[in-house]
Design a protein. Structure first.
Length: 102
């Protein structure tokens, strides 16, 4: 006999499911929600390159994929930063012209 890890009741050694609490005993660990590619993309859209540590510690990616994703995130962040700074300078120029008119 062994103890169920969920309810601590005695169960048989070969049991797959606990008859007391109904939990399966051989459940595989599912990946954390923040390691899923969709969530990594959403987090990147929210906080940009600060998602890099999440990619580096992700157990689902091999070394080559981690390096590739890191490079892509750095390049995308750079391009978005250039685009954002050009937009800000364009807005500043527009308001400068508006102030000259009035």
């Amino acid at each position: 006999m062994k103890k169920c890890p969920y309810c601590a009741e005695d169960i048989r050694e070969e049991a797959i499911k606990c008859r007391h609490c109904g939990e399966f005993l051989n459940k595989k660990e599912t990946a954390k929600w923040y390691f899923r590619p969709m969530w990594i993309f959403i987090i990147f859209l929210c906080i940009g390159p600060l998602v890099l540590p999440l990619i580096i510690i992700n157990p689902n990616f091999n070394r080559k994929r981690k390096i590739l994703l890191s490079i892509l995130i750095i390049l995308a962040s750079y391009v978005l930063w250039i685009w954002f700074s050009k937009s800000l300078s364009s807005i500043a120029e527009y308001y400068k012209q508006m102030n000259e008119l009035f």
